[in-house]
Each structure stands twice: as structure tokens, then as C-alpha cells.
Design a protein around this ligand. Sequence first.
Ligand code: 5AD
Length: 367
Amino acid sequence: MKKIEKILQKEELEKEDLVYLLSLEDDDEIELLRQKAEKVLFDFVGNKVFYRGLIEFSNICTSDCFYCGIRKSNAKPSRYSLSEEEIIEQAKQCADLGYGSIVLQSGERSDEKFVSFVEKTVKKIKENSISEKLPDGLGITLCVGEQSEENYRRLYNAGAHRYLLRIEATNPILFEKIHPPSQKYETRIQALKALKKVGFQVGTGVMIGLPEQSYEDLAGDILFFKEMDIDMLGMGPYLVHNETPFAKYSDYYEKNKEKIYKLGLKMIALCRIFLKDVNIASTTALEAMHECGREDGLSFGANVIMPQLTPIYRRKEYLLYEGKPCMELSAEEFNISISNKIASIGRVVGRDLWGDSKHALKKTESK
Ligand code: 5AD
């Protein structure tokens, strides 16, 4: 029996197994990994794909992450914030399209004006989205960065019930290499713990294919997700943005594109196999690298898609990386195209549902 077959038969994978599987290069072997991930997905989660309409409501950011196109030191994008009315309109469209949940994402800010704006908007969305199809309103996921525990509590009490905060890299040394000294690894960990304490279903994730990132680092990321008892994952390949300090890695990136893409898919598969019942998003960054990126992500074990609901005229100001897809596609057009893609790989769409992860639901049931 080949080494990969032996490993895939194990009940529990160890770190060295994860490292080995991340290093697979042979397409037939990668296909075996994909099949295993798909089986675990069907056994533990089912074949439904859940949508979250993504509203990038502001690109104003106080952070300066070396890789990100909306970092505060990049003077190129004109900075915007959608009004409460605009956000509510997008949220209503989301509910009309049958997406049971939205993600409100923005650059990182923790000033009172910002936090109270988000708090108020969340309350309004909840009130405005109660319908026969959604008796508890739209499910709301927030992705607005590091905040104090008190702020997290306010946002939770306003009606948001899921929160995404990527750790970006769980190796503290790598984390330090990709962030300025003012952004601390320990603060990020404390923020993740505070989110859990407050009661949010918590999602995190990393960038895959960062310069100087090893297979051991990525295997460590997967172990971290388990240890932190994470409910949702949003991970994607790292992509260069030319107006960032990491533009210096353009050559590295160009040379390794294919490898990074495959690594992104292998990470999804391994997280599915290792964590089993969490929600995993097939992210925009995958599609930015390959036109079949979203379907590939799903067939490697992801079960969540985040269609763009940011108004088209604002999307070009929210470029975290270059090559972002669907810049001109209306929500309706995207809906048709993604629904066809999902059907083409034998999966079904979970409409008008919040689509919480089985992992999170199990925890609530046992309380
Ligand atoms: N490439 C890939 N992902 C990126 N993000 C930010 N910049 C990039 C980039 N250049 C991701 C980060 C962040 C999420 C919103 O987008 O992981 O948490």
C-alpha cells in the first residue's frame, strides 16, 4: 500500500502526516486526498452549500498589514464607508436572493463612532429582515477586526452571532514578519478568546503560500484550529498587492502561483479531514487565482460561498490583493453563475438558512 493510502486510513492524523499530505505534488495523490475530504464532508456535514452575502462596508483601516491593499499607509484607494441605508438595501437584496446570512466586513477600526455605527446597523438589519422565510432575520457574521471584549459584547447583543477574525499565521515568528510591531500576535489570540467568551460562533483562518511559510507552519495552523475549537474557517492563498511592502515578493509569487493554488486546496481538504464538522469557506482569493477556484474549493471540502454584495461602484476601492474576480458582476448574475457551478459538481444550495456549522450547533445543543 502506498504511504498516502496508509495515512488516509488513519483515524487521527498527526502533525507529521499533515506535513506529508501538504507536500503532495502528484495530481493522482492529490485526487486521493480530495476524495477523502469529500467523503468526510458528506459523512459529517452533508452536501449543502451555504451562502453568505458579503458586504464590504468600509475600507477605512487603522492597521498596516504588510500584505494588504487597504492598509492605512496605502494612499491610492479612496476611502469610503457605506451609509446605514446602503447596507440595509444590500442586506435586503441578500435576503431576496435566498441567502440566509450576510457578512459585514470592513477595515479595522475600534473608535466609538465606528462601533456604535456597526451596532446600530446590525440591529436595523435584524429588524428589517424578519420574514416568513427568515423568522429570526438574516444571520449576521461580522468581520471588523480586533476589538475589546466589551465591544464584542455590544455587537453580539445587537444581534450578530458569528465573527470572523483571521489569525493570518499561527507561528508567532511568521505573524511578526507580516505585521508591523504595533500589531501583536498575543493581542490577536486574546481577541479570539474574547469572542468565544462573549458567545460568538468564531471563525478564523490563515493566508496560504506566504513568503517563508513552511509546511510545518501550515500543519501547525490546522492543529491550532482544533485546539481553539474553531467553528468556521476562511482561508485563502496569499496574493500580491503592488502598493504594499510585500510587492517585493512579486517574483516569488509569480514563480510559485500554481504551487500556492494547489496548497490552498490541500489546506481545505486537510482541515475538512482533521476538523470534520466545521464550516469552511471557498474564498474569493481562490477564484482570483483560477476561474474554477470556487468550485475547486468546494470539491476539496469547503461548504460555504460568500457572494459579493458590495455595491459595484465601491468594489474597486476594496482590493486586498490584485486580480479580485467578479468586479462587475451584479448580485443576480453571480447568483446564477455560482448556482450553476454548484449544481455542476453535484451539490445543492441551502437556501433561506443561516447555515451554522454542525460543530457550533453541537456545542449549543449540549449546553
Ligand atoms: N492576499 C490574500 N489574502 C489577503 N487578505 C488580505 N490581504 C491579502 C492578500 N494580499 C486576507 C486576510 C484578511 C482577509 C479579510 O483578507 O487574511 O484577514
